[in-house]
Design a protein around this ligand. Structure first.
Ligand SMILES: Cc1cc2nc3c(=O)[nH]c(=O)nc-3n(C[C@H](O)[C@H](O)[C@H](O)COP(=O)(O)OP(=O)(O)OC[C@H]3O[C@@H](n4cnc5c(N)ncnc54)[C@H](O)[C@@H]3O)c2cc1C
Length: 383
């Protein structure tokens, strides 16, 4: 039986929002994206797409284009911050791809975002639309934007990031918790490190701070680093806020010479306050649902924030694919039941910041396939 598909409004055109739009468009839904920015810009720095994220993106047809641009390291080294002694090696490359069915790829966040953008029809993305209010109606929601325009949709997906307005409308205001740590991040041409030998991907672990670096391009001509350090008085979160290079170098003054060479080679750095939340009891009410950082923001220590948003988007689209207009609530309940246990565990494991420092079981994170994982439909349900 043909089911009539609901109209869908996605708030936020970040990685989660665009993946949701791409997945839903692929399944024949009319999904419109409302993004507050005036246009997409290549913001951000490097992003690690672990095998679970790559499987989800592969299902959207992006595996080859991402692979042709990004870099798949042969190994990940964990090292002590001062001596450089290796505490763990994760073999990546071919063996990891064979084990998990997809590569672990490093890429510039802007390139990932652009690739996702190609999957969503241009006329389905509406820029300069900052959501300011949601009015819940009997079987729809009325959205109001800062420019005075209004839109009605049967289903609203809040993919509007850690300070989600949709989340606040559903569950009330509650600020995310500042971890007391900031991240300095940048990408720059590899030529700037003057040929010093560096790992293809490494994390240098200090007592209360750390540095991760990797190449972001297939031909290794671009390096990314993220350097995380305590700075309890800094509170700005922004993909484009400049950081003081001198403060960065002072914070890592005692680190191994290789780390200092990588940090010193940057001409400019961006700075970001790291925030998080506790797992939420629920992600949806009536015809409004959250995904990505809007419902489970996590620290970046396992590189799973974007990966989780991508997984959410695919699973949500799959749940909706099985119901018509009158089955939305059931689909949202199944989506939450299918996803929350995993993201709760991610949020809490991230917080420990021990992932891969020593030998670590990576199966539960990397094995997951959002297109195939069993959905939590109750017995005798539509699926
Ligand atoms: C330092 C750092 C490093 C990271 N490294 C990695 C990594 O290596 N791998 C990984 O998987 N993850 C990583 N992450 C996490 C990842 O970046 C986030 O989890 C991911 O961006 C979340 O995607 P999202 O779509 O939920 O939210 P966002 O990417 O924040 O997108 C939200 C979108 O909503 C829009 N928006 C917000 N409010 C409104 C409104 N009111 N109306 C309309 N639009 C609105 C915003 O403009 C934005 O476009 C890192 C995060 C940080 C901070």
């Amino acid at each position: 039986m043909m089911r009539e598909k609901p109209s869908i409004a996605i708030i936020g055109g970040g990685i989660g929002g665009l993946t949701a739009a791409a997945s839903l468009t692929r399944l024949g839904f009319n999904a419109q994206v409302y993004e507050q920015a005036e246009q997409f810009a290549p913001i951000g720095a490097g992003i690690q797409l672990t095998a679970n994220a790559m499987k989800a993106l592969g299902g959207l047809g992006l595996a080859e284009s991402l692979r042709s641009e990004g870099f798949a390291p042969a190994a990940f080294h964990s090292r002590d911050w001062d001596t450089g002694n290796v505490t763990n090696v994760l073999i990546m490359g071919e063996p990891l791809e064979r084990r998990y069915g997809a590569p672990d790829l490093m890429i510039h966040r802007g390139r990932l975002h652009s690739a996702l953008g190609t999957l969503v029809p241009r006329d389905c993305i509406h820029f300069d639309k900052r959501l300011v209010a949601i009015e819940q109606r009997e079987s729809s929601a009325m959205l109001s934007f800062a420019d005075g325009s209004r839109v009605e949709a049967m289903l609203v997906i809040g993919a509007d990031g850690v300070h989600s307005v949709v989340r606040e409308a559903l569950f009330g205001a509650e600020k995310p918790r500042f971890t007391g740590r900031v991240a300095y991040r940048t990408v720059y041409p590899t030529a700037r490190i003057n040929g010093i030998a560096i790992d293809e991907r490494a994390k240098w672990w200090g007592p209360d701070r750390h540095v991760v670096h990797y190449f972001t391009t297939r031909n290794k001509d671009e390096i990314y680093f993220i350097a995380v350090t305590p700075e309890p008085d800094f509170r700005v979160e922004s993909w484009s806020m400049s950081g003081h290079r001198n403060m960065l170098l002072a914070a890592f003054a005692g680190f191994h010479p290789t780390v200092r060479a990588i940090l010193s080679a940057a001409s400019a750095v961006r700075k970001w306050a790291l925030v998080e939340r506790d797992p939420m009891p629920s992600w949806w009410k009536n015809g409004i649902v959250l995904l990505g950082d809007a419902c489970h923001p996590m620290t970046p220590y396992m590189a799973q924030g974007a990966a989780s948003a991508i997984e959410d988007a695919v699973v949500l689209a799959r749940c909706l694919d099985h119901v018509g207009r009158d089955g939305i609530s059931k689909a949202l309940a199944v989506y939450t039941a299918s996803r929350k246990q995993r993201t709760d565990r991610m949020q809490l494991t991230n917080r420990e910041n021990t992932w891969l420092r020593e030998k670590t079981d990576t199966d539960w994170v990397y094995e997951y396939d959002a297109w195939r994982t069993q959905l939590a439909w109750p017995e005798n349900s539509p699926a």
